[in-house]
Design a binder for this molecule. Structure first.
Ligand SMILES: C[S@@+](CC[C@H](N)C(=O)[O-])C[C@H]1O[C@@H](n2cnc3c(N)ncnc32)[C@H](O)[C@@H]1O
Ligand code: SF4
Length: 455
C-alpha cells in the first residue's frame, strides 16, 4: 500500500464539515430571544460603523421529490398550495425582526436556499422578495443569489428574480450518469441543465455555480470523467464538488441504496482527484475545501485577496455579519451567537403566528469559542492560521499544537512557533486539521454517530 493510501486509511474518521464552530451538535448555551436580537443589533451597529450591511438567508424547504442522498432540511410535497402561506410566515418573521431592531440598516447579501426556492411560482417569489426588500435599504455593491433545481426552474422565475437584483445562480447537478441518477432518484438531462444555464446568462446572471457530488452510489472513474466532460462544455463560473456525506442514521432515505454500492474511501478520494485534475486542465482553481472557480470569478479573487469567508451557505466572497436567517430550520449568526429556527414547518409557522422569533436552539460563543472559530475559519479559507505569543499559554492552543505535531510528521501541515499552514498534500485532510483545533470535540467525544467520514 502506498504512503498516501496509508494516510487516507489513518485519517478517514468521522468528523465535522465546519460550516460553524462550535459545530451544531456541540451547541450548549442557547440565546434567549432578547439576547439573540441584542447580539444581532450590536453586529448591525458595528457593521454600520464599517460601512457594511447585513446578510439575509431565506430557507425554502419544499422539493417535489426526494433525492435519496440528500442531507438538507427538506419537506417533500407536490402540493404547491403550501407555498403562499409559507411565504407569508417568512414575511411575518421578517417583520418581527424589524419590529425589534428597527429597519434602519442595509442588506448587502440575500441568499435564497433550500430545499428548492424555485418550488415557489414566479408570483410567490416576487411577493416574497418585494416584501423583504421594500422596508430596508440595499447596499450599493449588494449580492443576491439563489439555489435552483434545473428540473423545476423556469425562465419566468429567473426573470422575476433577475429584475429584483439576483445575479448569482447555483444549480444542483450532482452527476450526469444515468445509472447514478436513477439510484439516487434524481433524473435530469444535460439539455435541461444547458438550457437553464443559457437562460440565466441571457437574463444577466453574472455567476452560475454547479453543485456536483463525488462518492455517490455506482460512481466510477468513467462516470466522473463523463460528468466533468459535460460540465467543461458548459463552463459554469463556480463549482462546488462536494464529498458525499453518508449519514443514514440521520437521513434514512440514504438506506435506499446499500453501502456496497458506494465507492470505498480510497476510491472516493480518487474520484475527487480525477475531477480536480480535469477541472484544473480547463482553468478552474481549487478554493478552500471542495470548491472551484474560474479566475475571473469573485470567489477566486476573494481567495487571492484573503477575503474569502465560509458560513452555513458554503464559501462567500466576503465576511458579512450579522447573518439573519428566516424560514424553517434556518441558522443565523451574529458573530457572538448562533440561532437555528424550528425544524418542522408547522412548529415554525405556529411560533411566528404567536409573534415569537422561532428559535429552537442556538449557542452563545465563549471567548475561547471565538478564538478557535477564527483559527478554523482561517484554515478553511486561507489554508493557514497564526497565533500570538500570549495565546500559547491557553489550554486550547496547547492541545491543538500537540495534535498538530502528528499531522506535521505525516507531512500534512507545516508548523512554526506562531503559525500552521496546510501543505499541498494536506489539502484532502483539511477537516482533520480543523479537528485539531476543536476543543469541544476533544473534551467530549460524541456518544453516538454524528458526523460523516472526513474523506
Ligand atoms: C439545497 S440543494 C441545491 C438546490 C436544489 N434543491 C437542488 O438539489 O437542485 C444543496 C446541495 O447540497 C448538496 N448535497 C445534498 N445532500 C448532500 C450530501 N448528503 N452530501 C453532499 N452534498 C449534498 C447537493 O449538491 C445539493 O445540490
Ligand atoms: S438535493 Fe435538492 S432537490 Fe434533492 S431533495 Fe435535496 S434539496 Fe431537494
Amino acid at each position: 500500500m502506498s504512503v498516501s493510501d496509508l494516510l487516507f486509511r489513518k485519517y478517514n474518521v468521522p468528523g465535522p464539515r465546519y460550516t460553524s464552530y462550535p459545530t451544531v451538535p456541540y451547541w450548549t448555551d442557547s440565546p434567549t430571544e432578547s439576547q439573540w436580537v441584542e447580539s444581532i443589533s450590536e453586529a448591525l451597529t458595528e457593521g454600520r460603523r464599517q460601512g457594511a450591511g447585513a446578510a439575509l438567508y431565506i430557507h425554502i424547504p419544499f422539493c417535489e421529490s426526494l433525492c435519496t442522498y440528500c442531507g438538507c432540511n427538506t419537506r417533500i410535497t407536490r402540493n404547491h398550495g403550501v407555498a403562499r402561506p409559507y411565504v407569508e410566515s417568512v414575511l411575518k418573521e421578517w417583520a418581527l425582526y424589524r419590529a425589534r431592531m428597527g429597519s434602519d440598516f442595509e442588506l448587502s447579501e440575500v441568499h435564497l436556499g433550500g430545499g428548492t426556492p424555485t418550488f415557489l411560482s414566479a408570483d410567490d417569489l416576487k411577493f416574497l422578495i418585494e416584501g423583504i426588500l421594500e422596508p430596508v435599504k440595499i447596499s450599493v455593491n449588494s449580492e443576491f443569489s439563489l439555489e435552483a433545481d434545473p428540473r423545476v426552474t423556469s425562465r419566468d422565475q429567473l426573470d422575476v428574480l433577475s429584475q429584483l437584483g439576483f445575479k448569482r445562480l447555483s444549480l444542483g447537478i450532482q452527476d450526469f450518469d444515468p445509472k447514478v441518477q436513477e439510484i439516487v432518484h434524481r433524473v435530469q438531462s444535460k439539455e435541461q441543465v444547458a438550457d437553464i444555464t443559457q437562460i440565466a446568462r441571457s437574463l444577466g446572471y453574472t455567476s452560475v455555480n454547479y453543485d456536483l457530488i463525488y462518492g455517490l452510489p455506482f460512481q466510477t472513474q468513467k462516470s466522473i470523467r463523463d460528468t466533468v466532460e459535460v460540465v467543461r462544455g458548459l463552463l459554469p463560473d463556480r463549482i462546488a464538488f462536494y464529498g458525499y456525506a453518508h449519514v443514514p442514521w440521520i437521513k434514512p432515505s440514504q438506506r435506499r441504496f446499500t453501502e456496497a454500492d458506494l465507492p470505498s474511501g480510497d476510491e472516493k478520494r480518487a474520484l475527487y482527484e480525477l475531477g480536480r485534475t480535469l477541472l484544473e486542465e480547463v482553468g478552474y482553481a481549487e478554493i478552500g475545501m471542495d470548491h472551484f472557480a474560474l479566475a475571473k470569478d469573485a470567489l477566486w479573487q476573494a481567495y487571492q485577496q484573503g477575503s474569502l469567508h465560509r458560513n452555513f451557505m458554503g464559501y462567500t466572497s466576503r465576511f458579512v455579519t450579522p447573518l439573519i436567517a428566516l424560514g424553517v430550520s434556518a441558522i443565523g449568526d451574529s458573530g457572538r451567537a448562533f440561532a437555528q429556527n424550528e425544524k418542522l414547518v408547522e412548529a415554525y409557522q405556529s411560533r411566528v403566528e404567536k409573534g415569537e422569533i422561532p428559535i429552537q436552539r442556538g449557542h452563545l460563543l465563549t471567548s475561547e469559542d471565538q478564538i478557535l472559530r477564527r483559527h478554523i475559519l482561517n484554515l478553511m479559507t486561507r489554508m493557514e492560521t497564526n497565533w500570538r505569543d500570549s495565546e500559547l499559554q491557553a489550554p486550547h492552543l496547547a492541545l491543538a499544537l500537540e495534535k498538530l505535531v502528528e499531522l506535521q510528521n505525516d507531512g500534512l501541515v507545516e508548523l512554526t512557533s506562531s503559525s500552521c499552514r496546510v501543505t499541498p498534500q494536506g489539502r484532502p485532510f483539511m477537516r482533520n486539521v480543523c479537528m485539531a483545533f476543536d476543543a469541544r470535540l476533544a473534551e467530549k467525544a460524541p456518544n453516538s454517530r454524528l458526523f460523516s467520514q472526513t474523506i
